[in-house]
Ligand binder design. Structure first.
Ligand SMILES: Nc1ncnc2c1ncn2[C@@H]1O[C@H](COP(=O)(O)OP(=O)(O)O)[C@@H](O)[C@H]1O
Ligand SMILES: [Mg+2]
Length: 310
């Protein structure tokens, strides 16, 4: 199990971590921003909710975050409050090559490259490219990696070229899964795709599984156990679970992620832990107190589940 292996090299904003801070700062400046692809083969696994909430927490910490909605169903675009009248052209950037992030008014330091009615045409265009189809998306997005601290790609529940392209564009992969059997199976399918691609993308790193909506209506602790065990098997980290919340995200009329709107709720707390752990894995500046709480929550979860087996 790799619970102890989340690198301590992430930029952290506190005195006791100053040595690490200096080292990581220089590294961050000399490279382009990390790109986190959020994948799960299943719909309704928690991809868009986790992408929006984690981005919201990072933005709240002052990081410049660019969300990219790569799902033709444009849930994330809707959730962020992208104006309805613009949605008819939403996603046209994938065909035109003009990528202009839209600042999300309800999420500090967060911008969105939206999806909409035109994204599907862009995916078709990618499919028709004679050469390097999988690399096209990464090339389009690469200028953003010099203006933002981190890119977060929300993908669709599929294994099509938009997902392959997202993985080819990514430096890191997050696989969220509502703690139910179907999303868990979706993680396996998505990991299969990552493994298939890894020969061409040797540096692509699965940074973790994220159990979502844990311990609420119909959500089984056994599924959390399966996810933790699966993570151990695959040699990746399982992040501490996001508890069930009635304010999950895309239903929100305020277009503010639950982690920001209800920052003191259990979900708000858990999202901060997760954002800190993930941020550290990506080399981002994260508050050291949340990193500490995150590590503690993660260790407790693993101890409970692995220890409970006897
Ligand atoms: N922490 C949570 N508690 C309760 N419901 C959640 C939570 N996170 C997400 N959900 C709900 O799960 C459903 C699927 O989430 P979503 O993020 O849209 O998944 P995906 O993007 O993988 O299709 C949504 O209805 C969402 O509101
Ligand atoms: Mg989604």
């Amino acid at each position: 199990m790799k619970t102890g292996t989340i690198p301590r090299s992430g930029k952290v904003v506190a005195d006791q971590e100053r040595a690490g801070t200096t080292e990581a700062l220089s590294r961050v400046r000399s490279r382009s921003a990390p790109v986190l692809a959020v994948v799960n083969r299943k719909g309704g696994a928690g991809k868009s909710s986790s992408a929006m909430n984690i981005a919201g927490v990072w933005g709240g910490w002052g990081l410049q975050v660019c969300l990219v909605d790569l799902d033709t169903a444009f849930n994330l675009t809707e959730a962020c409050g992208y104006p309805v009248e613009l949605r008819t052209d939403g996603g046209d950037w994938l065909s035109t090559g003009h990528v202009e992030p839209w600042p999300v008014p309800t999420m500090p330091h967060c911008a969105l490259v939206p999806s909409g009615s035109r994204l599907a045409a862009g995916v078709e265009r990618m499919e028709r490219l004679a050469i390097d189809r999988e690399r096209y998306l990464g090339k389009l997005l690469s200028p953003l990696r010099t203006t933002y601290d981190v890119l977060v790609l929300d993908t669709k529940p599929d294994l099509d070229l938009s997902v392959t392209g997202a993985l080819a564009a990514a430096t890191h992969v997050l696989a969220p899964a509502l703690t139910l059997p179907q999303p868990l199976y979706g993680v396996v399918r998505s990991l299969g795709l990552v493994a298939d691609l890894q020969e061409g993308l040797p540096d692509l790193r699965v940074v973790g599984f994220l159990p979502m909506a844990y311990n609420g209506k119909g959500l089984r602790p056994a599924s959390l156990g399966s996810l933790v065990e699966m993570a151990a098997e695959y040699g990746v980290d399982c992040l501490p679970p996001i508890p069930f919340t009635d304010h999950a995200g895309k239903e929100s009329q305020s277009h503010t992620p639950a982690a920001l709107a209800y920052r003191n709720s259990p979900a708000g707390h858990a999202y901060r832990c997760v954002a800190a752990l993930l941020g550290a894995s990506l080399g981002l500046a994260v508050p050291v107190e949340w990193l500490g709480r995150g590590r503690q929550a993660q260790a407790e979860m693993v101890r409970e589940i692995m220890g409970g087996e006897g």
